[in-house]
Design a protein around this ligand. Structure first.
Ligand code: APR
Length: 259
């Protein structure tokens, strides 16, 4: 597909600039240029590993050691990566104007790191933080009592050496949403509340294959928002796009979000 024309980039920029309230929905594609594999693309994680073996409550019950080994590996891989130009452009834009709600399906922390790097101050950075619909790779949650802690180093040598809850001694699990699990209710509520009031919706780097997350874009569209989609490949949300830009987030977000 052709790279977007200057007119298409201007149409996207104008739709977002004139909207008082914007909801942004990101997926794995926004982190692709940072070196983090997507899920369904050519080199995607679900091509190398089977989701049902690693990202379900049954898989964790059957072999918590294997599941922790995979998440510990993903955590270390993400630590080696850096926010890319898309994360930085989005953080800069969010900190430069009011009315933008970022909703992310990603469990990496690159939006957060970009916001901290751009703001330079934790309080200001809080305005650039995402609503995380699928949890965080860097938090652990007790599988028994739900106590949450910052995720630390993981020794997956045996079940005994896996992280255990400091409160109840139960086995900790990655604080991410697995297939078949409910999403965090407050995150979903906040995401759909933002979509219901949005005048524009920017969708970046998601196939739009997974619900309820993809429903955020539909809810914004239903509320009358102009939908701008940035993705190099076709997505399941293309039919609701008002402006559809084919290309990489790291290349297109800086000009689209330029002040
Ligand atoms: N810039 C923008 N988009 C990109 C880039 C890039 N550089 N590279 C790839 N993409 C796009 C792909 O074309 C694809 O549309 O990113 C999208 C990635 O889609 P998926 O791999 O399906 O990831 P995502 O949509 O985030 O998956 C949603 O599914 O497996 C679950 O919980 C997991 O949060 C994830 C959810």
């Amino acid at each position: 597909m052709n790279a977007p024309s200057a007119a298409e980039i201007e149409a996207a920029r104008a739709a977002l600039a004139k909207a008082l309230r914007v909801v942004v929905l990101t997926g794995a594609g926004v982190s692709a240029e940072s070196g983090i594999p997507t899920f369904r693309g050519a080199g995607g994680l679900w091509k190398q590993f089977r989701a049902e073996d690693l990202a379900t409550p049954i898989a964790f019950g059957r072999d918590p050691r294997l599941v922790w080994e995979w998440y510990a590996w993903r955590r270390e891989e993400v630590r080696k990566c850096r926010p890319n130009a898309a994360h930085v452009a989005l953080a800069r834009w969010m900190l430069s104007r009011p009315g933008v709600t970022l909703v992310s399906q990603n469990v990496d922390d690159l939006h957060e790191r970009a916001a901290r790097e751009v703001a330079g101050d934790a309080d200001v950075a809080s305005r650039g933080l995402p609503i995380k619909l699928h949890g965080s790779l860097f938090h652990d949650r007790c599988a028994r009592c739900n106590h949450r802690v910052e995720g630390g180093p993981v020794n997956a040598a045996s079940v005994e050496t896996l992280p255990h809850c400091p409160e109840c001694g139960g086995l900790m699990r990655p604080d991410v949403v697995w297939f078949g699990e409910m999403l965090p209710a407050r995150a979903v509520e906040a995401a759909f509340a933002a979509a219901a009031e949005a005048e524009a919706c920017l969708v970046v780097g998601t196939t739009g294959a997974v619900y309820p997350a993809a429903g955020v874009a539909h809810a914004a569209k239903g509320a009358g928002a102009s939908v701008v989609i940035v993705d190099p490949a076709a997505t399941e949300l293309d039919a609701i796009a008002d402006v559809r830009l084919h290309g990489a987030a790291g290349e297109l977000l800086p000009p689209i979000l330029a002040g």
